[in-house]
Ligand binder design. Structure first.
Ligand code: ZN
Length: 244
């Protein structure tokens, strides 16, 4: 995703700020703000999301099963998947998206198209031709265009920090794609264990899945109780594999 300068991020808590300060305004740590890039404005930022009443209602009554995990989500859901590196976030996200029929657009901002991604797809047994994988050069406009071209039902953004999309922007992308079932946002965590970046990310999410050590649990679920958890992949050999 294209970027421009003029934003500071706290290394300790992940909060962002438009102005530099010696002390972070959220966690009060000293000298933790560093300049980071911000994505450039996109055409879709100003494009209004216009939906029919039945499309809005569909998110309440049209439910979709994420079979590998026994979870049910409404249409046009924002699914946040957070956790430390190497814990299985990408694996959870790809297997969940692969279980929904219809095209899937993956923004592979962290892994690109390299051998690490190939190994991951092999472990997840994701081999459908309608899973379309773009690298970090894909713009936000490009993402929406690609999803429309392929009539995508799921989008995986890995990670939303690398792709420079915040919660509000991802909600807007969902609003522009009425036939979408879920946008799955993979999020890195800061040292407090929260998704790095805006609190808005957790607030916006309909389902928040925490993934660590190849095990998942629910932190938030707008569609039911948070009592479910389990392994990211079922087979023992797959569980033992090291994944990103
Ligand atoms: Zn901070």
């Amino acid at each position: 995703m294209y970027r421009r300068m003029g934003l500071f991020r706290c290394l300790a808590c992940g909060a962002t700020s438009d102005v530099y300060a010696a002390v972070c305004g959220r966690c009060w740590e000293d000298k933790t703000l560093v300049p980071v890039a911000r994505r450039a404005g996109a055409e879709i930022d100003r494009a209004p999301a216009v939906l029919r009443a039945n499309e809005v209602l569909a998110s309440a009554w049209r439910m979709t099963q994420l079979h590998p995990y026994g979870l049910t989500i409404g249409s046009r859901s924002l699914v946040l998947v957070s956790g430390p590196p190497g814990g299985g976030k990408t694996t959870w996200s790809l297997t969940a998206a692969d279980s929904v029929s219809g095209a899937c657009v993956v923004v592979s901002a962290e892994l690109g198209h390299g051998p690490a991604l190939a190994a991951l797809l092999a472990r997840c047994a994701v081999k459908r031709p309608d899973v379309i994988i773009a690298d970090a050069a894909l713009s936000v406009d490009g993402l929406v265009q690609l999803a429309r071209e392929h009539d995508a039902r799921t989008i995986v953004v890995d990670s939303c920090q690398e792709a420079w999309l915040d919660g509000r922007e991802m909600r807007h992308v969902i609003g522009l794609l009425p036939r979408l079932v879920a946008l799955v946002a993979v999020a890195q965590v800061n040292r407090f264990g929260s998704p790095a970046g805006e609190r808005a990310l957790e607030h916006e999410a309909d389902l928040h899945v925490r993934v660590e050590g190849m095990t998942w649990s629910l932190a938030k679920n707008r569609f039911g109780p948070c009592d479910k958890s389990g392994p990211v992949l079922r087979e023992r050999s797959q569980l033992e594999a090291t994944v990103c």
